[in-house]
Design a protein around this ligand. Structure first.
Ligand SMILES: Cc1cc2nc3c(=O)[nH]c(=O)nc-3n(C[C@H](O)[C@H](O)[C@H](O)COP(=O)(O)OP(=O)(O)OC[C@H]3O[C@@H](n4cnc5c(N)ncnc54)[C@H](O)[C@@H]3O)c2cc1C
Ligand code: SF4
Length: 449
């Protein structure tokens, strides 16, 4: 009898012991995995801080760590690379500067622990005052799209459409103006606004400083563009979800051309001024448009700063680098000393002869990784770097570069010029038009109700 009880006890001990051991093993594996993941993301955060991409610059997710259940759904959903990570079992921001604010993480979180916020406690972001109707504090001037704070293609399309619908409801008072509305910018918001204006048979013009498509035009060809089903005026429901730049641009171009809408590309608007109850819109080319209302749909990227040198209007001059893989065997001049200039020069040097001209004696305030790569490129002469110089003339086949101290000018054979001299933010443009702007620090743009 006693032996039977002892046997039973030992059997139970073995079973409970095994279960306990198994539990310990599972918990240990889990903790080890968590430790490894934490270490991996802590290293990524340290690198992001070193490279200056840890701080969010615009719209970004803020995670409520008390609600987060570490599902990792936000990380899975984010189509950009390493923006979010897991530290000590909780989601956290890693390369926050690269967040494009399209909010896939916001929708993916199963416990609604994410809020989309613009600006941080330390770093404010300028936002114009816009009413629910998209009209600003200046009656007759409306704002739609990312400029108002909330990005995304679908939002911009909806806002561009609604802004024009609201103008139509308000009506157009015209004295000497020929136009009902001038639409500034041809990104998703400006395109949707143009289609809505056509639908209502308005007399309008759309002015775009660059190429039609806005920020979407600048996406890399291979980028997956995420969007939700949306209603495109004069087209109907667009069911694209994971799409690409070409598909979107083709859709916009076909719809615009079917409806005989011509966007005036390469026409930058310089100013909007009040003319009684109407507005005068002046372009950089000196064209003037008188209009009853204005829709500003210029996004948040601003306008690249020009150097105002002879020849800068030649077609071979560009202010951004699109698809460097398609540029080879050229003599290229890159102007500038910031990260964009250096990253572009490094990319172009893979297949071209690159000269980089920078007005200062040395590069400052660039990412350590770029500084290192540049030092190597200068040492192995893969890029010819001309410090303390200025571009003084551009012709079809040459560029003239002047040394700041000696004033000596060198003429270099040249096929392409890329200028990265910073940009003028839309803030000044808006303020000149009388639109009120506030700096927002950690301002909630989207939250779960
Ligand atoms: C890297 C990156 C990835 C993204 N990925 C996605 C994604 O996958 N899905 C998504 O939904 N969103 C994505 N977005 C966000 C999306 O591209 C923007 O929210 C959207 O393009 C905003 O549309 P918009 O019409 O308001 O402005 P924009 O697209 O920026 O267009 C504004 C236009 O106005 C023009 N303009 C500016 N100033 C003037 C002037 N003075 N005169 C005349 N024209 C002027 C500009 O040249 C530009 O063409 C991404 C953004 C970035 C940067
Ligand atoms: S907003 Fe978009 S880019 Fe930013 S973290 Fe969320 S999913 Fe990634």
């Amino acid at each position: 009898m006693d032996i039977l009880i002892t046997d039973l006890f030992i059997e139970k001990l073995i079973i409970y012991g095994s279960v306990f051991g198994l539990c310990i093993l599972v918990v240990s594996i889990y903790l080890l995995k968590q430790k490894k993941t934490t270490a991996k993301y802590k290293a990524k955060i340290a690198k992001a801080k070193e490279e200056g991409v840890f701080e969010p610059v615009s719209l970004h997710p803020v995670i409520d760590t008390t609600t987060c259940i570490k599902s990792g759904a936000c990380i899975e959903a984010c189509p950009e690379k390493d923006i979010l990570g897991i530290v000590n079992g909780r989601a956290t921001l890693v390369n926050a500067s690269n967040c494009v604010g399209h909010g896939a993480c916001f929708h993916a979180c199963p416990v609604e622990a994410i809020t989309l916020v613009i600006g941080t406690e330390k770093r404010g972001v300028d936002l114009p005052h816009v009413h629910q109707s998209y009209e600003t504090n200046v009656p007759g001037i409306y704002i739609a799209g990312e400029l108002g704070g909330m990005g995304l293609i679908k939002n911009s399309v909806e806002q561009g459409t609604s802004a024009i619908e609201n103008m139509v409801k308000e009506g157009f008072v015209k004295e000497k103006a020929e136009l009902d509305v001038v639409i500034i910018g041809a990104g998703p918001a400006g395109i949707a606004a143009s289609l809505t204006a056509k639908k209502h048979k308005l007399n309008f013009v759309t002015l775009e400083q660059d190429s039609l498509g806005g920020t979407v035009f600048t996406f890399p060809r291979a980028k997956v563009v995420m969007t939700n089903p949306m209603e495109l005026p004069l087209h109907g429901k667009v069911m694209l979800k994971d799409t690409n730049k070409k598909q979107l641009l083709d859709l916009w171009l076909t719809t615009l051309s079917k409806n005989e809408i011509k966007i005036k590309e390469y026409t930058k608007v310089e100013s909007i001024s009040n003319e009684g109850k109407e507005f005068k819109v002046l372009t950089a080319k000196g064209e003037v448009f008188y209009t009853s209302k204005v829709l500003i749909a210029i996004g948040r990227r601003g306008t690249p700063r020009k150097l105002n040198v002879t020849g800068e209007d030649l077609e071979k001059v560009a202010y951004r680098l699109l698809e460097p893989e398609n540029i080879s065997g050229k003599k290229v001049l890159v102007v500038g000393g910031g990260d964009s200039a250096i990253e572009s020069a490094l990319l172009l040097a893979e297949q071209n002869l690159v000269t980089l001209s920078y007005r200062s004696e040395q590069f400052s305030r660039i990412k350590p990784k770029n500084a290192e790569k540049m030092k190597a490129a200068m040492a192995n002469k893969s890029i010819d770097v001309l410090l303390n110089t200025q571009l003084s003339l551009i012709s079809e086949n040459e560029v003239h570069i002047k040394h700041n101290a000696s004033e000596e000018v060198v003429n270099l054979p040249n096929d392409l010029v890329y200028i990265f001299a910073g940009g003028e933010l839309p803030t000044q443009f808006l303020e000149k038009a009388g639109i009120q702007i506030s700096k927002r620090f950690g301002y909630t743009m989207k939250k779960h109700s």
